[in-house]
Ligand binder design. Structure first.
Ligand SMILES: Cc1ncc(COP(=O)(O)O)c(C=O)c1O
Length: 399
């Protein structure tokens, strides 16, 4: 039998999705599961987006241009200008989710054998996309004790060599919820500039910042305009993960032209998704504000509740809708599996993503799990009760 490629053999299973078969079995047994494992919000998609789909009047659902509908790209540019990001439709390519934008960015900026630096714990799919592109990940560990703040510049410099081609940041961060300070962004800018690297900046959680301060996008860092490649997505900000619309945005014309060639090879981003995304950008301020307030109160409820459970610690995240919590357990993979296979409390259990999958060295996440506060407060409260009971009973408890 022919063998699959080495790259394919190295592709890790998603820590967010790998426990799904156990969850399905638990559901088949009648157990209710609180899904805190995945960033799938229960928030409604804006009505203007849903209406656009309902009132569609097309006779042919045709391909769209490879870089996306011009009207949508113009809408994106208008949206960005609210954040002081001044770009033109020619600076972007609409993609099949931020996921495809990341794949285009890896392929356009890095050769196989090149190295990319990122902090970890990291969004696990970055590791997968790097493997798919033949790129080596060099990671800098951020620590729960420091609230996952950016480590000293020396740690970046120590990793930079002839093969280093890019730094990847995720701000606000998935999985930690960390939001970079302006000072940290300037530190990143300085290294990028000094070593003339690409800065791939994943800003899909831009709307979810809880400090009240204006957002400093990598696109607005002076002196590295040609180095920055922005990754964006409507999935989270309009709660429309299923329409699969994102974007790669850059002022670097070579990178943009290269992304366009990849885009042409896959023909077109989803047409229906583009129509919904374009309409969603007209969602009223009240929609954004209501959801923002909802996430703030969910965050406060979850983090305060976690820190009340004996042996559990979570920093207070300033962005996105995730946190990494430290639990008094021997092994987060075993614990998360046990929650689904062996445990239930009053017919219910909880599902988390074991943090091991967010590190290049899985042992670093052994006593950590990632939680997404994407469920309504009533469900989060109940999930906290179920977690506390589970920790009382878990045979691998460490304290
Ligand atoms: C940090 C980050 N980037 C990119 C994505 C990709 O999202 P999508 O492909 O739905 O746009 C996600 C999804 O969870 C994410 O968390």
């Amino acid at each position: 039998m022919p063998k699959i490629s080495n790259r394919a053999a190295q592709m890790p299973a998603s820590p967010i999705r790998k426990l799904v078969p156990f969850a399905d079995q638990a559901k088949a047994r009648g157990t209710k599961i609180y899904h805190l494992n995945i960033g799938q919000p229960d928030i409604h998609t804006p009505q203007v987006g849903l209406d656009a789909l309902k009132h569609l009047d097309l006779k042919v659902l045709e391909y769209s241009p490879s870089d996306g509908l011009l009207s949508l790209r113009k809408k994106f540019c208008g949206y960005y200008s609210h954040f002081g990001i001044e770009v033109a439709p020619e600076n972007m390519v609409v993609t099949t989710g931020g996921s495809e934008a990341l794949q285009f960015a890896f392929s356009a900026c890095l050769n196989p054998g090149d190295e990319i630096i990122m902090t970890e714990p990291t969004y696990a799919n970055y590791i997968s996309f790097a493997i798919a592109a033949g790129v080596t990940v060099r990671s800098i560990r951020t620590k729960i004790e420091d609230g996952f703040a950016l480590p000293a510049i020396d740690e970046f410099e120590a990793l930079i060599n002839d093969r280093t081609k890019a730094i990847l940041i995720c701000n606000p961060n998935n999985p930690t919820g960390y939001l970079y300070t302006d000072e940290e962004m300037y530190r990143i800018r300085d290294i990028v500039k000094k070593h003339d690297l690409f800065l791939i900046s994943d800003e899909v959680y831009r709307e979810f910042r809880y400090t009240g301060k204006p957002y400093l996008s990598a696109m607005n860092l002076e002196g590295i305009e040609q180095n920055v490649v922005l990754i964006d997505s409507v999935s989270k900000r309009y709660s429309e993960c299923g329409i699969r619309i994102g974007a790669i945005v850059t002022k670097n014309t070579e990178v943009r032209a290269s992304a366009m060639r990849y885009a042409q090879a896959r023909l077109s981003p989803p047409l229906l998704g583009q129509i919904v995304a374009e309409a969603s950008m007209d969602a009223p301020e009240s929609y954004m504000k209501e959801n923002y307030d909802e996430y703030v109160s969910r965050r406060n409820l979850l983090i305060e509740g976690l820190n009340k459970i004996p042996g559990v610690y979570s920093p207070m995240p300033n962005g996105a809708f995730y946190t990494i919590a430290r639990l008094p357990i021997d092994d987060s993979d075993k614990f998360c599996e046990w929650l689904l296979k062996e445990f239930s409390y009053e017919g219910e259990t909880v599902m988390f993503a074991p943090a091991s999958g967010f590190y290049t060295h899985p042992e670093h996440g052994k006593n950590e799990v990632r939680m997404a506060y994407v469920l309504k407060k009533e469900d989060l409260s109940r999930a906290l009760v179920v977690l506390a009971k589970a920790l009382e009973q878990y045979p691998g408890r460490t304290e």
